[in-house]
Design a protein around this ligand. Structure first.
Ligand code: GDP
Ligand code: IMO
Ligand code: MG
Length: 423
């Protein structure tokens, strides 16, 4: 049995958590393959809203395994809090949550370096979530990192102390003012490590290999989105991992010929949180309205998300890089009541018209070219049958399918599990 993937095609927050939860009933295993607590994946059911950061979004289903893959970076302190929250809701995690020994650990000093680095950049800051993601992946590729499996080895404490000391030196070199009490940060970290040691660690690549052989159905859950990919995103305003489908291979240890469906998920418009270029960003009343109706605030940091029109050029880029087989459109309900809906179909750039993402989107001469469709008046969040959706909503879907050349298989019309229409 092949592994299916769910990936965000924009700048994150497309609604991955909701859809993974909705699709979990069809799978045996849900696996996260990259990112860390910079992610905030929201699920809603039975009138309650849950936000997950490190734990896969299949965790609320009984009889399903949730695996944190080797490509993920884990902050034990945040992880413990996340687990305590689930325990308070009587979610039984025993035999349901497994952690790769090869996943890297976020140390408190990784978070401090993130903060120092952002402060030193001033106006050019990335807008990081300050969860220590970049510095942890830097230690991974620099071959200095601490991994979950190290916690079971003799002498890990010495490695920990050495790395902390190295980080303290790095922080001094940034020459910025940040306050911290290293002893209490270390204590907090070590307490959470004790807590983590009660969880189950596995050799995950072996586990996935066996599961595939046994025909178990696996769904890999991406974090962030393709435009935040370290290679194919809007560098340097990106995250530090491969958020695209290749990242699922390296982040789980699964070969490319074992990848099945690639579900690409996008909002009916675009949002971005943090710094970086955003050609279709709106600075007018329409943008304000989308932000308000869509409740566009970051699930991890609470920051306001920037809003704009859908961008076909960047969506095509993401579809190509990921090999998307099926599309999922979220939050179409947010556009209800708009007279006109604009869609970016190309860019004016350096005197010509281009239909691909140029090297840099930051160039001030880059200007979106729009087409316009009629909107729909009706609220659609109670609709459960595709045929009863407003004609202009269905026109929007048909238009996008023609432009993108991939079927939109699922349409989400509200945050709840039930507000999901399969076609
Ligand atoms: P993720 O990071 O991709 O999992 O997405 P987030 O959870 O950060 O952000 C998506 C937000 O949109 C959450 O608040 C969801 O509850 C909400 N949401 C998801 N799907 C829909 C939808 O179809 N309509 C509306 N109005 N909200 C949605
Ligand atoms: P989910 O999984 C939206 C953004 C940050 C910042 C940049 C780098 O919920 O879709 P980092 O902390 O990774 O160094 O930040 O990436 N970012 C996200 N934006 N959704 C996310 O995750 C994000 N994770 C990181 O805002 O611009
Ligand atoms: Mg999110």
């Amino acid at each position: 049995m092949k592994i299916d993937l769910i990936l965000g095609l924009q700048w994150g927050d497309e609604g991955k958590g909701k859809i993974v939860d909705v699709l979990t009933s069809g799978y045996d295993i849900i696996a996260r393959f990259q990112g860390g607590p910079n992610a905030g994946h929201t699920l809603e059911f039975d009138g309650i809203k849950h936000v997950l950061h490190t734990i896969p979004s299949g965790i609320f289903h009984d009889g399903k395994l949730n695996i944190i893959g080797n490509g993920v970076v884990i902050d034990p302190v945040i992880f413990e809090k996340e687990i305590e929250k689930l325990k308070a809701l009587n979610v039984d995690l025993k035999k349901k949550l497994l952690i790769s020994r090869k996943a890297h650990l976020i140390l408190p000093t990784h978070r401090l370096i993130d903060k120092a680095s952002e402060l030193s950049k001033g106006k050019k800051k990335i807008g990081s979530t300050l969860k220590g993601i970049g510095p942890t992946y830097m230690d991974k590729t620099g071959r200095n990192g601490l991994r979950v499996g190290d916690l079971e080895m003799e002498g890990w404490n010495e490695k920990f102390e050495n790395l902390i000391n190295k980080h303290l030196n790095i922080i001094t070199n940034f020459n910025v003012d940040i306050d911290f009490d290293i002893e209490s940060l270390k204590k907090e970290f070590l307490n959470s490590v004790d807590f983590m040691n009660n969880l189950e660690f596995i050799d995950s690549e072996e586990y996935f290999h066996d599961s595939i052989k046994k025909d178990h159905k696996i769904l890999a859950e991406g974090a962030q989105g393709s435009l935040l990919d370290i290679d194919f995103g809007t560098y340097p305003y990106v995250t530090s991992s491969n958020t695209t489908s290749a990242g699922a291979c390296t982040g789980l240890g699964v070969p490319p010929n074992k990848i099945g469906s690639v579900f690409g998920i996008f909002k009916a418009y675009t949002t971005r949180v943090g710094s970086g270029p955003f050609p279709t960003e709106l600075f007018d009343k329409v943008g304000d309205r989308i932000a308000k109706v869509g409740n566009e605030f970051g699930a991890t940091t609470g920051r306001a998300r920037r809003c704009g029109w859908l961008d076909i050029v960047s969506l095509k880029h993401s579809i190509n890089v990921n090999g998307v087989t099926d599309l999922i459109m979220m939050k179409g309900d947010v556009l209800s009541g708009l007279k006109k809906i604009k869609i970016c179909v190309g860019y004016k750039y350096k005197g010509s018209i281009i239909k691909h993402l140029p090297f840099s989107l930051s160039d001030s001469s880059l200007e979106p070219i729009y087409e316009e469709l009629d909107g729909w008046e009706e609220d659609i969040f109670e609709i459960t049958n595709y045929e009863t959706l407003p004609t202009n909503f269905k026109n929007y879907i048909d238009y996008l399918e023609t432009k993108l050349n991939v079927k939109i298989k699922i349409v989400s019309v509200g945050p709840d599990r039930k507000q999901t229409i399969f076609r």
